[in-house]
Unconditional design. Structure first.
Length: 103
């Protein structure tokens, strides 16, 4: 998966998440929202949700996606996702890559 695909998947998961611009967010909250949304909907489901919203409410969806992209840009160095390592290693915070390097 390339960096572009990782960033797009992150943006789509955040778009489909319940996070709002009015929320006071931390990097941990954003990472948790990405993970829980992907587990709930799958990456394909997140993509479908984005497409549905752009089809039904294009102006609001555009505004939300601009906010999401800014949020990801602001937090890119702070968001960490596990690489392909054993769960015990990942939980020890090793084998993790920043979003920008996850590809």
């Amino acid at each position: 998966m390339t960096g572009m695909h990782v960033n797009e998947a992150v943006c789509e998961a955040l778009f489909a998440s319940p996070l709002q611009p009015s929320d006071t967010l931390t990097a941990e909250m954003v990472a948790d929202a990405i993970g829980s949304t992907v587990r709930r909907l799958s990456t394909t489901g997140c993509t479908g949700r984005v497409a549905e919203e752009f089809g039904n409410h294009p102006e609001e969806a555009s505004e939300r996606m601009r906010w999401i992209r800014q949020l990801v840009s602001d937090l890119c160095g702070c968001l960490y996702f596990p690489t392909a390592v054993a769960a015990t290693t990942a939980s020890a915070a090793t084998g993790l890559l920043p979003v920008g390097e996850a590809a």
